[in-house]
Design a protein around this ligand. Structure first.
Ligand SMILES: *Cc1c(COP(=O)(O)O)cnc(C)c1O
Length: 369
């Protein structure tokens, strides 16, 4: 049997997980205590407060769902949607398509609009969809589409969604703590993220936040939430002052998130966004110097997820395998429309450094030579 002590470290430069600061791993190795221990409840309060700072929100209903980013997606959808509710979903890649699948399973009557891979929606496209096929209870979109490397214009779309009286649901799994996210300023009603991308914590928790309007929609439900585990009416009674047992909090994961959030706030949100952009530009100039082409719309490229075309005649999977075997660097493959044609190079959180950029560029130069 494999001994976990023999696992060799990698430079994680794919679409997640990203490199984890040793401080976070140390925090996770602290003694496990009870989920109602006063020491642990203080940690939970800190996590809620620091999440509010990172999401830029005053929403009281802000917490970390037990589960990865996809659990946060499902939590937002099942708590806002009752069977038969109309939802508009803007699909620009794999994760938008996943949101559509989740919403259909929750019984939503889904209308999907699409743009080609690597492109973004114009506010007019969303406005037209609402006028022609609405009204909708919820409009959902992925901010940073990790499958394509394009970032959607959330503030402009948010204004239209609000004017139409719908709830605005936004996936910030890849964007949070790597580029601007402003839940209150952008009038987002429900937002979820994940620990393993720009927060640089291992996968396992999904920060979520709900506005007053979203809370109202939940309290006006006529039917029970379709998921027992993700029912915010119950989960919130543990995170709030009632401290009612619902499910046992993943204690040591919460320690890790607590430390990861401290690190984010020590650096400062804006400094962190700038750092991601700086290293993206550095990577871009190096790769373009090698004749490697970026795939996403130039005006809407993500700093933390660089989708590039594998050069003609190059076996993209073989290059990734050599990066991992010979250089201990992990990068991502293309998904969906980009499968077999693209690499996705992540510069997320602890992986957004000059050392990472130089390592992947140097290795690619050797392999492609
Ligand atoms: C990674 C990702 C998810 C899913 O997160 P998991 O942690 O894999 O469950 C959802 N949305 C986006 C945009 C992502 O990048």
């Amino acid at each position: 049997m494999t001994n976990p002590m023999s696992i060799r470290p990698r430079m994680l430069m794919g679409p997640g997980p990203s490199d984890v600061n040793p401080r976070v791993l140390d925090a996770m190795a602290r003694p496990t205590i009870g989920h109602l221990d006063p020491q642990f409840l203080q940690i939970l309060n800190d996590v809620r407060e620091t999440l509010q700072a990172v999401f830029k929100t005053r929403n009281p209903l802000t917490l970390a769902v037990s589960g990865t980013g996809s659990a946060g997606m499902e939590a937002c959808v099942v708590n806002l949607i009752e069977p038969g509710d109309k939802m508009l979903i803007c699909v620009a890649g794999v994760f938008g398509a996943r949101m559509k699948d989740v919403a259909e399973r929750a019984g939503a009557e889904v209308t999907a609009i699409e743009v080609p891979w690597g492109h973004v929606f114009t506010p007019e496209q969303v406005e037209n969809a609402i006028r022609e096929r609405g009204p909708f209870k919820v409009v959902g979109i992925v901010h940073a589409e990790t499958s394509t490397g394009a970032g959607q214009p959330i503030p402009d779309i948010g204004r239209i969604v609000h004017d139409a009286g719908a709830l605005f649901l936004v996936d910030t799994v890849t964007s949070l703590a790597g580029m601007e996210v402003d839940v209150d300023g952008w009038r987002i009603d429900a937002c979820y993220s994940g620990t393993q991308k720009c927060l640089s914590c291992p996968p396992g928790l999904s920060p979520v936040t709900f506005s007053a309007a979203a809370e109202r929609a939940m309290s006006e439900r006529k039917t029970k939430v379709r998921s027992w585990y993700l029912d915010m009416n119950m989960v919130r009674q543990y995170w709030g002052s009632e401290r009612l047992y619902h499910h046992t909090a993943p204690i040591n994961m919460i320690y890790g998130l607590h430390e990861a959030l401290r690190i984010v706030l020590e650096e400062g949100l804006e400094a962190r966004w700038r750092r991601h952009m700086r290293h993206h530009l550095e990577l871009k100039s190096e790769l373009e110097g090698m004749g490697i082409r970026f795939l996403a719309d130039p005006d809407h490229r993500l700093p933390m997820l660089n989708a590039v075309a594998a050069p003609d005649g190059v076996d993209e999977a073989a290059v990734r395998a050599r990066l991992l075997d010979e250089f201990a660097i992990e990068i991502g493959a293309g998904l969906g429309a980009f499968k077999g044609k693209a690499w996705r190079i992540g510069l997320m959180g602890e992986s957004a450094t000059e050392r990472h950029v130089q390592a992947v560029v140097g290795a690619l130069r050797q392999i492609l030579a």
